[in-house]
Design a binder for this molecule. Structure first.
Ligand code: ADP
Ligand code: MG
Length: 449
């Protein structure tokens, strides 16, 4: 894989933000380290850190994505320059000034994903119903569908749509309080509140809001305490007709070990799905995203990307950005040949994506267990079943032999593997639930997880 060049990333960012912002916040950043999916970026001071977190980190992640197979975190680290030469002073002053400006203007606009709007959400057959529901909820929060539950695979626009509803409500009712959180943040804040005896302020935050947006609610699986807390939060809000919007990668009843009272509540309002976009929608998305950045691409270039990158919108957007970035850096017109070359690494990488690792990761993610448990020796049913699913899929998808699979799974005997894989193959024919699991997992592997 090609090594990322931070100066190239910066040159793209330079074209995206105003010149003063670039000079003040971004110019003196550096790529420090990129080990084990954690990317450390050095920033000169905490003003820059805050500004980048609020305005640029998503874009940075997207620009970096093609260079890494798995970005877990982008960490901004303050690394003050040793020499405070004259040149730095005006920048720091400018920094102090603009942060004040920002607090007045931008912060009051939207506390989350400001660029996600209903206007820039491209509608196709894959998301038409979800979009229609979103419009209704944005217009009459708390009245029409409560909760709105949006589900679908990775990178298909769930977070975008949810935040777009929030932004739309904020635009028409600037006084309404809207809280956006991910299920993981909700969980860790809850645990912290318990530890620090701050449960009241935690409750205040989540129960005194007009709209609550919780992203990736499937992570409630197996977290009993948090489920209990979320149950009460949900009831409080719902009873007082406050809008709740949830997203997940699957249907409520497919979330493992989720209390029945939550499963049923999640279905009280409207449950809508988002599917992968078809070719026409992929073309429309590419066109719109290029136009947003001031580019008009030739139809054959759009066609090449839309036919090659088929799994999800995030990857589509990532490849487009990579293409635009390469064109800007090399100052070349964008032809199909140029596009093929610019995206070669990314496409090669995608082809190799159905690897043993991705199968194990997807299966463990699906069953909410650790990859390590699949490789381990424990014999509980919650682990044995996923492990056998892995055995079956490695054979089906990658044509590995039984001994090879045994090796991949941390040295298991080939007869154990054969038994496991055959068991799943047989159950698939007779057991609907197994069939459903396999279908969901394969589609997630296909979606480039
Ligand atoms: P998810 O939450 O489902 O994993 P996101 O909402 O983060 O996916 O979407 C991934 C990227 O794709 C975001 O940059 C988002 O703006 C973009 N995106 C997804 N769907 C659409 C769409 N229909 N129109 C425009 N952009 C989209
Ligand atoms: Mg999301």
């Amino acid at each position: 894989m090609k090594k990322v060049r931070w100066d190239q990333i910066l040159s793209v960012l330079e074209s995206r933000v105003s010149k003063p912002n670039f000079i003040t916040w971004l110019q003196s950043t550096e790529l420090l380290e990129d080990a084990a999916g954690v990317i450390m970026i050095g920033v000169p001071n905490h003003y820059a850190k805050t500004w980048i977190e609020q305005h640029a980190v998503t874009e940075i992640e997207m620009l970096l994505a093609p260079y890494y197979s798995d970005i877990k975190e982008i960490r901004l680290v303050i690394t003050p320059k040793k020499s405070t030469d004259e040149d730095n002073l005006p920048i720091l002053q400018a920094a102090a000034n603009s942060i004040e400006e920002n607090e007045e203007t931008e912060n009051s606009e939207s506390p989350f994903g400001a660029h996600h709007s209903l206007e820039n959400f491209i509608v196709g057959n894959n998301n038409r119903l979800a979009f229609a529901a979103a419009q209704v909820v944005a217009e009459k929060p708390g009245e029409a569908y409560n909760p709105l539950f949006i589900y679908g695979g990775v990178g298909l626009g769930k977070t975008h749509l949810m935040q777009a509803i929030g932004n739309q409500i904020l635009a028409t009712h600037p006084k309404k309080k809207i809280v956006y959180t991910s299920c993981e943040t909700f969980t860790s804040e809850f645990i912290q509140a318990l530890q620090n005896k701050e449960i009241n302020s935690f409750k205040k935050k989540y129960r005194h809001t007009d709209v609550l947006l919780v992203d990736d609610i499937q992570f409630l699986a197996n977290k009993e305490g948090t489920q209990e807390e979320f149950f009460h939060t949900f009831n409080m809000l719902h009873q007082s007709k406050r809008q709740i919007i949830l997203t997940a990668d699957r249907l409520p009843r497919e979330i493992n070990n989720l209390e029945e009272r939550l499963t049923s509540r999640f279905g009280w309002g409207m449950v809508v799905d988002i599917q992968a976009p078809n070719y026409e929608t992929r073309m429309a998305i590419l066109q719109a995203k290029a136009a947003e950045r001031g580019f008009t691409l030739q139809p054959d270039v759009l066609d090449y990307i839309a036919s090659t990158i088929t799994s999800n919108v995030r990857e589509l957007e990532g490849s487009l950005l990579k293409l635009l970035m390469t064109a800007e850096v090399e100052k070349k017109p964008i032809s199909v040949e140029f596009t093929k070359r610019a995206l070669k690494d990314l496409i090669d990488q995608r082809q190799k994506q159905t690897t043993t690792k991705s199968v194990i990761q997807t299966v463990s993610h699906y069953f909410n267990i650790e990859s390590q448990q699949i490789l381990g020796k424990k014999r509980q049913r919650e682990i044995v079943y996923p492990r056998q699913v892995v055995m079956y899929l490695l054979r089906e998808l990658l044509n590995l032999s039984y001994p090879q699979i045994g090796d991949v799974l941390g040295g298991k005997d080939h007869t154990t593997v054969m038994h496991g894989a055959n068991k799943i193959a047989n159950e698939r024919k007779t057991n609907q639930a197994v069939e459903q699991d396999l279908k969901s997992i394969t589609s997630q592997i296909g979606a480039g997880k």
